[in-house]
Design a protein around this ligand. Structure first.
Ligand code: PLP
Length: 393
């Protein structure tokens, strides 16, 4: 059977693949340190669970409104008013099956063949695949740790053509942990306004940020707000990855198009999961800070220790829960009688020889780096540092 051209170049998500391989090794009895996962290792807050169970008991086991229950849309709008003083109505909100699905819907609704989407690299893997699935062209802007993995308007100028339709920005970023400040966002947003480029702003890690303020780009001006599609969800902030609830805030015509797509694809996100997400937004904001403090503690330790290892240098993440060290200094060097010419090979060796699961930068469009998620215990991080030191000594 011939598969469609659309899927012919599509592989599975690398992060999920590595996690699966790590689980296999665990099943074989190996002491695997898993730094591949992209989810908080904290239990979901109790009020969210209770509300979900209650919803099941209350008979919320049937179809709901395809674009999400009105109560949750209202709560999302209220949350944006309280947190960012932004005015959105229910008609500006779409509830989706996780933020990954929010993004999928956005690309399906907005781009097609010959359209270009600017994507700064390193990028979260699924953006690239989803742009291709919408038959548009990802236009990559490469960045490095030297510029803190951030793009500037000069970069944008060089990559903008008459076909440019969207810029994807993710702050705090997966995989680098970089965070854009107000001035940087303002110049990027103004450039986009002047050049008729829509901004897709993925702020799913908005609460996991260290020592600085998260700036929602839509707060910068009314015109910028109109030119922005916000993506967010409950997965990372409330440790609710399995609930699969994400959401979009945008202009009404965009939301209507997205809702139409959703009504013919998934229909509503799981009915009772939406009650869980509602309870999270209403009752669980206090859950976030202790989790963030713990992430920050781990990050500081991991970052400090990994930087002490010769030939590895690491940029200090400002948000999210990933470390993205530069491992170029280890390539083509003799390590226990072997040489590795890419971080893809190096990451494979880390998993097979050291039982450390981490994701090669190649998967994020950034060879030379490896992503370590520190959504794991400090003990695991200590073991990882020990194993790396021993291996490299
Ligand atoms: C940058 C970014 N956006 C979106 C998502 C998707 O989140 P969700 O679990 O809500 O689909 C992730 C998850 O890893 C992410 O890292």
């Amino acid at each position: 059977m011939k598969l469609s051209t659309r899927v012919s170049e599509l592989g599975p998500s690398a992060t999920l693949l590595i996690s699966a391989r790590a689980k296999e090794l665990v099943a074989e009895g190996k002491d695997v340190l898993n730094f591949a996962v992209g989810e908080p290792d904290f239990p979901t807050p109790e009020p969210a669970i209770e509300a979900t169970v209650q919803a099941l008991h209350d008979g919320k086991t049937k179809y709901a409104a395809a674009s999400g229950i009105p109560e949750l849309k209202k709560e999302v709008a209220k949350y944006y008013k309280n947190r960012f003083n932004l005015d959105y109505e229910m008609a500006n909100v779409s509830i989706n099956v996780g933020a990954k699905h929010s993004l999928y819907n956005i690309f399906q609704a907005l781009v097609e063949k010959n359209d270009e989407v600017i994507l700064p690299a390193p990028y979260w893997v699924s953006y690239y695949a989803q742009i291709l699935l919408a038959e548009a062209t990802p236009v990559i802007i490469n960045t490095t740790d030297k510029s803190f993995f951030k793009i500037t308007t000069d970069d944008l100028k060089k990559h903008t053509t008459k076909n440019t339709k969207i810029l994807v920005l993710n702050s705090p970023s997966n995989p680098t942990g970089c965070v854009y400040n107000r001035d940087e966002l303002l110049s990027i947003a103004n450039f986009c306004l002047e050049n008729n480029i829509l901004i897709v702003y993925d702020e799913i890690y908005e609460h996991i940020i260290y020592g600085q303020e998260h700036v929602c780009i839509a707060t910068l001006s009314d015109d910028i707000k109109k030119n922005t599609i916000l993506v967010n969800g409950v997965a990372k902030s409330f440790s609710m990855t399995g609930f699969r609830i994400g959401y979009i805030l945008a202009e009404k015509n965009i939301i209507t198009a997205i809702n139409n797509i959703q009504s013919h694809s998934t229909s509503n996100p799981t009915t009772f999961a939406m009650d869980g997400a509602l309870a999270a937004l209403q009752q669980c904001l206090g859950f976030i800070d202790p989790m963030k403090l713990e992430f920050e503690k781990r990050m500081k330790y991991f970052f400090t220790e990994i930087n002490k290892i010769p030939n590895i240098t690491c940029f200090e993440p400002q948000g999210a829960f990933y470390l993205f060290p530069n491992m170029k200094g280890l390539l083509n060097k003799d390590i226990n009688g072997k040489k590795y010419s890419s971080t893809l090979e190096l990451a494979t060796a880390l998993l097979d020889d050291l039982h450390i699961a981490a994701v090669a930068g190649e998967e994020f469009g950034a060879p030379g780096y490896i992503r370590f998620s520190y959504a794991t215990s400090i003990e695991q991080i200590e073991k990882c540092i020990e194993r790396l030191k021993k291996w490299l000594s």
